[in-house]
Design a protein around this ligand. Structure first.
Ligand SMILES: [Zn+2]
Length: 345
């Protein structure tokens, strides 16, 4: 006699003896072939306006769906509905009648729940068309539990595939189309796989021309460059002054404070090294101690310490802190002035 708890997410204790499993499976199979409720009449006749809306939405230009004159001379002899609209004709909308909550389908689900198969995912759907539908057709749908698989284990967990079959009949009770819809009812896995350790943050490419700037960060300094000839202040780093083309320059210590010039909060695409949502700021640093009247603004890209997007707005004041992102790399991060995430100085 063995019992297992079917997944920590459900807490449902399941008798896993062969006898109990066999009894469950036999009961489960008793639902195959049952109609899940009374026939469901379509709320509207097959009609030209709905056809037109659908083909406009999907961009189907075939005139046999919308042009009565042309359709009359086609093999169809008149307007027909796109076959893929089959299911849409019986959709009742959110205000429509609700199915009886105690029918065979619901009882089958309760049986599956009792064995811990509490999760569901749609897997696939197939449609079969026996004839084209035309404006004026009145459909009725009957839904049958078509098949229930034996126990299967997939990447999601262990469970049963349940296929329902919807049969669509016209006013003469002729079968005009069918849809098979398959779901997988499964036990959620007991444990999510251990999270992979977050890979380190991708390192900025360092070159002979910018290594000094990263060395400055490692020494706790936030630096820009000033041309030794024309005194132009510049950032990002570069070997040559864009103003006078001089190759001579000196380091300038920038204040650890500034103003948000702009920002984005990225959600996608997600890179495993980062946490999301990920704010990325453009910060206008305050002028350096040796500021000159014609200095350009030094504008740096940085993330926010602890990734907080609280209170971010253009023009907001920030302090800059230098944080290690791996054992050999430090980068500047913004901390909103007045925030309590630390680092304000
Ligand atoms: Zn210069």
């Amino acid at each position: 006699m063995t019992s297992t708890t079917a997944g920590t997410d459900t807490g449902i204790v399941v008798d896993e003896t062969p006898e109990a499993k066999a009894a469950f499976y036999t009961e489960l199979q008793s639902y195959v072939g049952l109609e899940i409720g009374p026939p469901e009449p379509a709320p509207d006749l097959v009609n030209a306006p709905m056809i037109r809306h659908l083909v406009e939405t999907v961009g189907d230009k075939n005139p046999v769906y919308t042009d009565a004159d042309l359709a009359a001379h086609s093999v169809h002899g008149g307007i027909v509905a796109p076959p893929t609209m089959l299911q849409s004709w019986v959709m009742v909308g959110i205000e429509g009648p609700k199915r009886d909550g105690d029918g065979p389908y619901e009882r089958m689900n309760q049986l599956l729940f009792s064995r811990g198969f509490t999760s569901v995912v749609g897997t696939n759907s197939d449609q079969v068309y026996h004839r084209y539908l035309r404006p004026g057709d009145r459909l009725t749908m009957r839904t049958v539990i078509d098949t229930i698989s034996d126990e299967k284990t997939t990447g999601l967990g262990t469970g049963h595939f349940v296929t329902t079959r919807q049969d669509y009949y016209d006013a003469d009770d002729q079968l005009v189309g069918q849809m098979m819809f398959r779901i997988f009812r499964f036990r959620p896995k007991a444990k999510a796989p251990a999270a992979k350790p977050k890979p380190p943050r991708p390192r900025p490419a360092t070159t002979f021309d910018n290594k000094w700037w990263f060395d400055g960060l490692n020494a706790g300094r936030l630096l820009a460059q000033r041309c030794a000839d024309c005194a132009a202040l510049r950032f990002p780093t570069g070997p040559m002054c864009p103003s006078c083309h001089s190759l001579s320059w000196v380091e300038v210590d920038m204040p650890m404070s500034g103003t948000i010039h702009s920002f984005v909060i990225t959600h996608y695409p997600q890179i495993p090294s980062f946490d999301y949502p990920l704010p990325i700021l453009l910060v206008d640093l305050d002028p350096p101690a040796d500021a000159r009247p014609d200095d350009a603004t030094v504008r740096m890209i940085m993330n926010v310490k602890d990734n907080s997007s609280d209170g971010l707005e253009v023009g907001a004041r920030v302090n800059v802190v230098i944080e290690a992102t791996d054992p050999d790399m430090k980068l500047p991060f913004a901390v909103l002035e007045g925030s309590n995430t630390g680092g304000a100085r």
